[in-house]
Design a protein around this ligand. Structure first.
Ligand code: GLU
Length: 525
């Protein structure tokens, strides 16, 4: 059977890196196994799913070169099928309407009382709850409400679906059984009779749980008595995410659902929806979250979190793609920079890690730097021009680009190249204070400036030896490079100083060194 996977984003305007990584992993799974990768736009939130948001999403897929098979499916176009499925479930007793105060009729899915035959349900044993003496036990077709005893004897409200309580017995404080659910189940479910009790001390029941084998996380389970009947159609008649998502997975004949692990709780519920709709559920793989350095979900507050941010900053799509693939997956050896084909060849879901993946901007920058270093010069220049200031001289820009290519990690750094073109830059104040406070540094720099102007040549070798010799003769070998770099560029880092100064030119270098000395004299003497 051909594997069919899908990316099912809800377009909201920006595409989070976690979402696009889900797309990439689905895409890789399909490409590795010769399956199909489908796109489903879950555009049911009409306020947020604007045409613009959908375009942003499409551009993002296009930029990262994530192609899809078949025509994209728009969820809103399939609304009739969601409502038809709901009506079928109502007529078969899997769902029910509840008249609401505003005149609507929201529809709820009832976890089936008889679900022992479901492959994803199992009995785990006998269980009980001690109930709070002041609470009320209510048993209705929509579920069971009761109050347990919390910390410090506090009463804690609980509600759960009726299917969670097979063989339930309710006991009073004398240990007498006052209610047997099995005996009354047709009153409850068929005749919609509600039972209410006070002074219940304890309920006992057979606990069942829903479970599945997650390809990434291993076995997952949740007791049915912790689940509540699920709203599937709102009182305004619109289908809720759950029913739309499951119906569309059936329609698109999805075989594997690979999505973020924020959906695990939904999966426990969706397994029942597939069952009630007569379909077998796909296999699931829930991917670990992308987290920040303190282990919390990575968000805009932690830095750039949307694909568009990285695009704007001048990251290369191939580098972002490669980096995102490594967030939660590895090829099983120490390869990191890999071509798409190499990644496709080695990709398996079994190698996706279940632990959260920490986003590391430096690692992404380094990866991007490796991809930039490999760009043909013309392509490099094209990217550089996106960030170059319009007033910069073109011939000079080409020379600076040659010098800076191997050190560029992201194209937004190009705007820092301003010192190659103009003297109108500020010197980083912290470093200035650190390097210019000592008067002997200033004296040595004066000598450097004088020597640079009196020599008849201005070559890399000469620049280097002037700086080195002067430093040595002042008893501070190697100590002049940093202050001179600050004087000529304003910054503490960059390309080799001699090559940088050559491009800036002799006169400007001398002028800038003298300017820095003067500034330091005003500030520190
Ligand atoms: N629209 C949902 C989301 O973006 C889809 C979840 C799924 O993949 O099933 O979270």
């Amino acid at each position: 059977m051909t594997n069919r996977v899908r990316f099912a984003p809800s377009p909201t305007g920006q595409v989070h890196i976690g979402n696009i990584r889900t797309a990439i992993f689905n895409w890789l799974f399909a490409r590795h196994t010769g399956g199909k990768f489908l796109l489903r736009i879950e555009d049911t939130d009409l306020e947020r799913s604007t045409e613009e948001a959908i375009n942003t999403l499409m551009n993002c897929l296009d930029w990262l070169d994530i192609d899809y098979d078949e025509q994209p499916v728009y969820q809103t176009k399939l609304r009739d099928s969601h409502l038809a499925a709901t009506n079928r479930m109502i007529s078969e007793g899997y769902a029910y309407k509840v008249p609401s105060a505003n005149g609507g009729n929201p529809v709820f899915f009832r976890f089936p009382w008889n679900c022992d035959e479901c492959k994803f349900v199992r009995v785990t044993g006998e269980a009980f709850y001690d109930l709070h003496p002041e609470g009320v036990l209510e048993v209705t077709a929509q579920g069971i409400n009761f109050n347990t005893i919390g910390k410090g004897g506090k009463s804690v409200k609980n509600s759960a679906c009726i299917a969670g309580f097979r063989n339930m017995l309710a006991y009073n404080s004398f240990g007498e059984v006052v209610f047997e659910l099995e005996k009354n189940i047709s009153e409850v479910l068929d005749k919609q009779q509600a039972f209410t009790f006070k002074n219940i001390a304890k309920i006992t029941f057979t606990r069942r749980e829903v479970f599945f084998n997650d390809i990434i996380k291993g076995e997952m389970s949740k007791p049915l008595d912790s689940m509540k009947d699920l709203i599937i159609v709102r009182s305004d008649g619109t289908p809720v995410f759950h029913i739309a998502n499951v119906c569309d997975d059936i329609t698109q004949e999805i075989t594997h659902i690979i999505r973020g692990d924020d959906h695990v709780e939904n999966t426990y519920r969706h397994l029942f929806l597939f069952y009630a709709l007569g379909a077998s559920a796909p296999l699931y793989g829930h991917m670990p979250m992308i987290v920040n350095s303190s282990g919390k979900p990575f968000s805009k507050r932690d830095g750039d979190a949307f694909v568009g941010d990285f695009r704007e900053k001048g990251f290369l799509p191939e580098a972002l793609y490669n980096y995102l693939v490594l967030l939660g997956w590895s090829p099983g050896d120490d390869r990191e920079k890999m071509t798409k084909q190499e990644i496709i060849n080695s990709f398996t879901l079994e190698r996706v890690k279940s632990a959260p993946a920490q986003f590391d901007t430096n690692k992404l920058m380094n990866m991007n730097g490796m991809y930039i270093a490999e760009l043909p010069f013309e392509d490099f220049m094209q990217n550089v021009r996106r960030f170059a200031l319009p007033q910069w001289d073109n011939a000079q820009l080409e020379k600076v680009s040659e010098l800076m290519k191997s050190r560029t990690k992201v194209f937004s750094q190009v705007k820092d190249w301003n010192y190659f073109f103009t003297d109108e830059f500020d010197i980083d104040p912290k470093n200035f204070e650190k390097h210019y406070k000592k008067p002997e540094i200033r004296a040595a720099l004066k000598v450097v400036a004088d020597r640079l102007s009196s020599e008849n040549e201005f070559t890399a070798e000469l620049i280097h030896s002037v700086i080195e010799d002067t430093g040595a003769s002042f008893g501070m070998p190697g100590k002049l490079f940093q202050p001179i770099r600050l004087a000529v560029s304003g910054m503490a880092g960059g390309a080799e100083l001699d090559a940088t100064m050559l491009l800036i030119g002799r006169n400007r270098c001398i002028k800038n060194i003298e300017r820095a000395i003067k500034l330091a004299e005003q500030k520190f003497s």
